[in-house]
Structures are given as C-alpha cells and as structure tokens.
Design a protein around this ligand. Structure first.
Ligand code: T3D
Length: 264
C-alpha cells in the first residue's frame, strides 16, 4: 500500500494502475530514493494482473523536473559522479514503461524537464494539461540526453526538430508539442485527471494482449527490415489468435453484439 509521504504512489482502481511521482516541493525531481521507488512501481504495475492499463503522473504543479539536481550536486561533490544512475535507474524504468505488456498513459500535469520529458515520451499515449510544458534541459546543465529521449524524440518529430530541441533546449508549450506530434492530446488543466482516467479505463476494458502486440510490433518495426517486421507481425498474430478475447470478440461480431474483453 502507498502512503502520502512516499516519493512514488501506486494505486489500482477499476483496472487502472496509477503511478504518481510524489515530491511536489521539488517538482517531482528524482532522487535515488524516488528512482528506486519508481522502478519498483513500474515493475509492480507490469506484474499486476488487476491493472490492465497504467497512468504515470505527477503530484502538484509539475510532472517531473528530471534528476534531482541537489542530490546530483552532492554526489558530484562527494566524488561519486553519476553513481551509475543511468544504468541502475533510468534505463530499467524506461524499458519497464515502454516494454510493459499493457498500455501506459502519461498524464502530464505540469512541466516535464530532462529525464521527466524522457519518461513522458516512453509512455504510449501522452495527455497533457494545457498549462504543461516540455523542455529537454540536458544540455542546459552540460549533460547528454538520457532515459531514451535520443531514441523516442527523433522518431516522434524527425531528426531535425529533435536535434533542435536537444541542442538548443527551449520550452515547448503543450499545444506546440501537440502540433509537432510529440504528444496525443491537450486538455484544460482541470480536466486532465478525469480525461486520463477515462482514456486508461477504456484501454483497461480492451483486448490487453492485442494492445501488447501493438507495442511489440511498433518496437520491432522501428528498427527492422520489412521482412523482419512482417515476421514479427505473424508471430504476434498467432499469439493473439489464441486468446479468449479474440475468439469471444469474433463470436460477438457475428452475433452483432458488443464484445467484452477479459484481457486474456
Ligand atoms: O545523475 C544524473 O544527473 C544523470 C541524469 C540526468 C537526467 C536529467 O534529468 S538532467 C536534467 C535535470 N533537470 C533540469 O535541469 C531541470 C531543472 N529545473 C528547471 O529548469 C526548472 O526548475 C523547471 C523548468 C523544471 C521549472 O521552472 P519553474 O520556474 O516553474 O520553477 P522553479 O522556480 O525553477 O523551481 C521550483 C522549485 O523546484 C525550486 O525550489 P525552491 O527554490 O522553491 O526551493 C527548484 O529549485 C526546484 N527544482 C526544480 N527542478 C529541480 C528542482 N530541484 C531539484 N532538482 C531539479 N531538477
């Protein structure tokens, strides 16, 4: 069970698992403790059969300001450098979100900076408050891009725009991010939470294995030959064809009934 004082909260309601970054006073920036908790929450959501869709969001006015720079400065001063946090934390968290066999919705309630922007882009659908902002931030403090943003960003907006956003920094308003194709939807700030829940509930009531197959097929096709992408589609189609959801939905179609998906 999560407590209000935890740096990351986890809750499941009506088939939707919600992971909430919970360090609002520091804009949900990520300390070692918060990264351990986030990694654990992502692994928990992935393994939790009662959660058929997942929301990642932030408490307070920020989504996530990336690495906690106070702790980071302390680590540098103590001669620890980055303490291998990219491999120990960020990489498994991003692989956990992107590779989760169920849809993950980022509900971006405020600024997403540095690794915070990377985390949003690692999710499958990004819904942002109209007051939210996106900034790559990395080069602003002399760091390389991390948490997958070098991979996701150029696939979303093309290399030229990705290079601009990573080299020059700057801040994108939510509407500009939508216009660029970086995110899926923008809603008024006070409607963000219900909009994200409604979307996630719809996904939670859907064919979970088919959704996992969509993610897997897109991942493969992103860097495969056509022949390899076709083969991956064939494998995934065989898997989905064996699910009860597919069989029931096919029967429902023929009976002209609305299908009910059990997620298996
Ligand atoms: O180990 C490694 O470092 C490797 C991994 C790196 C991954 C990364 O994420 S690198 C990028 C790190 N993030 C940043 O560089 C972003 C830094 N923050 C900002 O640029 C701005 O704060 C924001 C654009 C996010 C928000 O601006 P604004 O004007 O809305 O708020 P603010 O006044 O700047 O910040 C409010 C408070 O949050 C403030 O604290 P205070 O003065 O009220 O006590 C500020 O210090 C704190 N805060 C914001 N970001 C961070 C942070 N505290 C610690 N770490 C932060 N990243």
């Amino acid at each position: 069970m999560s407590h209000a004082t935890d740096t990351v909260l986890y809750d499941v309601t009506d088939g939707v698992g919600t992971i909430t970054l919970n360090r609002p006073a520091s804009m949900n920036s990520l300390t070692g403790e918060a990264k351990d908790a986030l990694r654990a929450a992502v692994e928990r959501a992935a393994a939790d059969d009662t959660a058929r869709a997942v929301i990642l969001t932030g408490a307070g006015r920020a989504f996530c300001a990336g690495q906690d720079l106070r702790e980071h400065a302390d680590n540098l001063a103590a001669g620890k450098g980055l303490d291998d946090t990219v491999r120990r934390h960020y990489n498994p968290i991003v692989l956990g979100l992107a590779g989760m066999a169920k849809p993950v919705v980022a509900a971006v309630n405020g600024v997403a900076a540095g690794a915070g922007m990377s985390l949003a882009l690692a999710c499958d659908l990004v819904v942002a408050a109209d007051t939210a902002k996106f900034t790559t931030a990395f080069t602003g403090i002399g760091l390389a891009p991390d948490s997958g943003i070098s991979w996701t960003l150029q696939r979303l907006v093309g290399r030229a725009k990705a290079a601009e956003l990573l080299l020059l920094g700057g801040t994108l308003k939510a509407q500009d991010a939508l216009d660029l194709g970086l995110i899926s939807r923008v809603v008024p700030a006070d409607e963000l939470a219900p909009a994200a829940v409604e979307l996630a509930r719809r996904l939670a009531e859907g064919p979970t294995a088919a959704y996992a197959a969509v993610k897997s097929a897109l991942d493969t096709a992103a860097s495969a030959t056509l022949a390899d992408a076709l083969e991956r589609e064939a494998v995934l189609q065989d898997e989905c064809a064996g699910t009860a959801d597919h069989q029931n939905a096919t029967e429902s179609f023929l009976k002209k009934e609305r299908p009910t998906f059990q997620g298996r």
